[in-house]
Write a protein that binds this ligand. Structure first.
Ligand code: HEC
Length: 158
């Protein structure tokens, strides 16, 4: 009985030791290819959202009804630079290597987008048509401003 208890206690100790001796697993982050897929999907949705906002505004939709998609675009603008992690450089994509050699300029282009999209969401909430139209133009310009330097042209259809 006593011997059995010692055995059990020893077994528990050994287990506890095995558990604590295991090196702490590194926190699993997303794989680089998943970051690339996420940013490409987000970009497509950003384009869809921008088109929706342009069309709805031209059709006279109350701007307050556009605050939700405009706010989503602003959230995307603020968070998307993180998806251009250095680890994604080796994954085939249309992201140009200059992103990681001109980091400050890429960040400035991303900030221009974030500022424009934030102004768009603010204007929608305020039902301010002039500010909304101006922010639509500056948001579209910020997309092009970044793509001109940092996005490779689409592969030619063969
Ligand atoms: C700070 C830079 C930057 C800004 C701002 C930016 N983009 Fe992009 N975008 C990129 C880069 C770089 C790629 C290529 C990414 C890749 O292939 O992984 C891209 C890719 C895309 C794609 C192609 C996605 C696919 O199918 O692979 C679309 C569409 C797109 N962007 C739309 C937009 C729109 C619309 C805006 C503005 C509302 C915008 N982008 C703002 C840098 C930017």
């Amino acid at each position: 009985m006593f011997a059995a208890r010692i055995l059990i206690a020893g077994g528990l100790l050994a287990t506890a030791f095995a558990v604590s001796a295991k090196p702490a697993a590194a926190p699993a982050g997303p794989a680089p290819k998943d970051l690339v897929q996420a940013r490409q999907a987000g970009m497509v949705m950003a384009a869809s959202t921008l088109n929706l906002l342009k069309g709805a505004s031209a059709n006279g939709t109350p701007l307050k009804n556009l605050a939700f998609p405009a706010g989503g675009l602003a959230k995307w603008a603020a968070s998307s630079p993180a998806l251009f992690a250095e680890s994604t450089r080796q994954v085939p994509s249309r992201a140009l290597p200059a992103i990681w050699t001109n980091k400050a300029d890429f960040a400035a282009k991303a900030k221009a987008f974030a500022d424009a999209a934030r102004a768009l969401a603010d204007a929608a909430r305020a039902e301010d048509k002039a500010a909304f139209d101006a922010a639509l133009a500056s948001t579209a310009a910020s997309c092009k401003g970044c793509h001109d330097s940092y996005q490779a042209p689409p592969p030619k259809a063969g």
